[in-house]
Design a protein around this ligand. Structure first.
Ligand code: HEM
Length: 385
C-alpha cells in the first residue's frame, strides 16, 4: 500500500476532500458502484427518488413483496409504511422516553465510572440503543439477553443483509426472532400494552393497518437503522472529547451547549457515513453520465465536510449554527429515528459529563472504522468525578 493510500485508509476525510475537488462523481472500476462526494450532489440524489431508487436489495422479489422494508422501498409502498409508523415516532412519544433513556444511561455510565479503562462500545455505546429499542418494543426483562443475541447475529452486517445469501446460523436466529415477535404481536392484538410495538399493531389510517409481515420487517429495520448508528454517535462524541479535551469542559460547564455539540458530532464524524441508491434510468450527476441500473454510493460523511457549505469544515465548532448536515439523510427516507437518536446522544453526553471528570482514548487506541463508519471497539481511559 502506498503512503497516500495508507493515509486515506486511516483518515477517510483526506480521500473525501480529494474526491470533492477532483472526482466528485466517480466510478473507480467500470463494474463497480459510483461514489458521490459533494453536498449539493448528495442532496440532489436524496431528493430525486424517481431517478435514485432505494430498492437496492438483491433479496428475492417475492420476499420484498410480502415483507417490504421501508428503508429499501420506493413509493407507493414506502408512503404506506412511512405513514403507518410515523405515528409512533412523533416527537411527543419519543420525548416520553426521556426518563427511561436517562435511567438506562445513568446505570451504564455509573458502572463505567467504576473502572479506569473500558471498551466504550461494550460499556455504553452499544447497550444503550439496543436496550432502549427493546424496551420501546416491550421486550420484557428476561427476554432481553436473547433479543440482543439475535440482533447481533442477524444485523451484524448490513451489506450481507442486502446482497448475500444468509448463513444457516443467521437464518435460524431470524426464524427464532420472528416466532418471538409473532407471538408478542398476537398477544398485543388481544391485550394492548403501552409500548411502541402495541401502537404499531393498533395503528390504522386510510391506508389500513400493518400486516404481521410488515410489523416484523419494521422491528428488524429499527435494529438495523437505529443501533449501530446511535453507537456511532456516542463513540464520535468521545473521539471529539479526546481530540479536543476543552470541549468536554465546555459542555460540563455549559450544558446548554449539548444540543449543538451533538449536531456538530453528527456532522464531524457522521455515524451513517454513506447510503446507497440504484438508478432507474440513465441520468447525469455532477457532469457525469450514469447508466440505468447503476449502484450509487452517497458519501454522507464527505457531504458533511464540504467546504462550499461549511465554514472551517475540518474544525469542530461546538456551537455551529446553522448546521445543514445530512447525517440523518434528506427527502422521503430522512431518518425516522432522528428525534430519538438526538435524545439518546444528548442524554449520554449529559451523563458522561456529570459522572466523569475526563474521558480519553486509552493510550495507543486507534479507532478502526466499523460497518457504517463508527468503530466497533474503542478503549477509553476514565477519571471519575
Ligand atoms: C445517530 C443515529 C442515527 C443516524 C446518523 C441515522 C441516519 C439515518 C439516515 C442517513 C437515514 C436515511 C438513509 C437513506 O436515505 O438511505 C436513516 C433512515 C432511517 N432511520 Fe436513522 N439514523 C440514526 C438513528 C436512528 C434510530 C435511533 C432509529 C429508530 C429507532 C432510526 C430509524 C430509521 C428508519 C426507520 C429509517 C428509514 C426511514 C425511511 O426509509 O423512510 N434511525 N437514518
Amino acid at each position: 500500500m502506498s503512503e497516500a493510500e495508507a493515509v486515506a485508509e486511516e483518515n477517510p476525510y483526506e480521500r473525501y476532500r480529494y474526491l470533492r475537488r477532483e472526482q466528485p462523481v466517480f466510478q473507480e472500476d467500470p463494474t463497480g458502484p459510483w461514489t458521490v462526494a459533494r453536498h449539493a450532489d448528495v442532496m440532489l440524489a436524496l431528493r430525486d427518488q424517481n431517478t435514485f431508487s432505494s430498492d437496492v436489495s438483491l433479496r428475492p422479489a417475492e420476499e420484498k413483496l410480502i415483507r417490504p422494508s421501508m428503508l429499501f422501498s420506493d413509493p407507493p409502498v414506502h408512503n404506506r409504511l412511512r405513514k403507518l409508523v410515523s405515528y409512533a415516532f412523533k416527537p411527543g412519544f419519543v420525548e416520553n422516553q426521556r426518563d427511561l433513556i436517562t435511567a438506562r444511561c445513568e446505570d451504564l455510565v455509573i458502572a463505567m465510572s467504576q473502572q479506569k479503562e473500558v471498551d466504550l462500545v461494550d460499556a455504553l455505546a452499544a447497550p444503550l440503543p439496543v436496550t432502549v429499542i427493546a424496551e420501546m418494543l416491550g421486550v420484557a426483562g428476561g427476554d432481553m439477553r436473547q433479543f440482543k443475541a439475535w440482533s447481533d447475529k442477524i444485523f451484524s452486517n448490513i451489506a450481507d443483509l442486502l446482497f448475500a445469501q444468509p448463513s444457516a446460523e443467521v437464518d435460524k436466529a431470524r426464524i427464532e426472532m420472528d416466532d418471538y415477535f409473532l407471538e408478542r404481536i398476537a398477544n398485543l392484538r388481544r391485550r394492548p400494552e403501552d409500548n411502541l410495538l402495541s401502537r404499531l399493531v393498533e395503528t390504522e389510517t386510510d391506508v389500513g393497518k400493518l400486516t404481521d409481515q410488515e410489523l416484523l420487517s419494521f422491528c428488524g429495520l429499527l435494529l438495523i437503522a437505529g443501533n449501530e448508528t446511535t453507537t456511532g454517535l456516542i463513540t464520535a462524541s468521545v473521539r471529539v472529547f479526546d481530540e479536543m479535551p476543552e470541549t468536554f469542559l465546555q459542555v460540563k460547564q455549559r450544558p446548554e451547549l449539548i444540543p449543538t455539540f451533538v449536531e456538530e458530532a453528527l456532522r464531524y464524524y457522521s455515524p451513517f457515513s454513506a447510503t446507497i441508491r440504484r438508478t432507474t434510468c440513465a441520468t447525469e450527476l455532477g457532469g457525469q453520465q450514469i447508466p440505468q441500473g447503476a449502484l450509487v454510493v452517497l458519501l454522507i460523511a464527505s457531504a458533511n465536510r464540504d467546504e462550499s457549505v461549511f465554514d472551517r469544515p475540518d474544525e469542530f465548532v461546538i456551537d455551529r449554527q446553522p448546521n445543514p448536515h445530512v447525517a440523518f439523510g434528506f427527502g422521503i427516507h430522512n431518518c425516522l429515528g432522528a428525534h430519538l437518536a438526538r435524545l439518546e446522544g444528548q442524554i449520554a453526553i449529559a451523563s458522561m459529563v456529570k459522572h466523569l471528570s475526563a474521558i480519553r482514548l486509552a493510550p495507543g487506541e486507534v479507532p478502526a472504522p466499523g460497518q457504517l463508519g463508527g468503530p466497533s471497539h474503542l478503549r477509553v481511559s476514565i477519571e471519575k468525578v
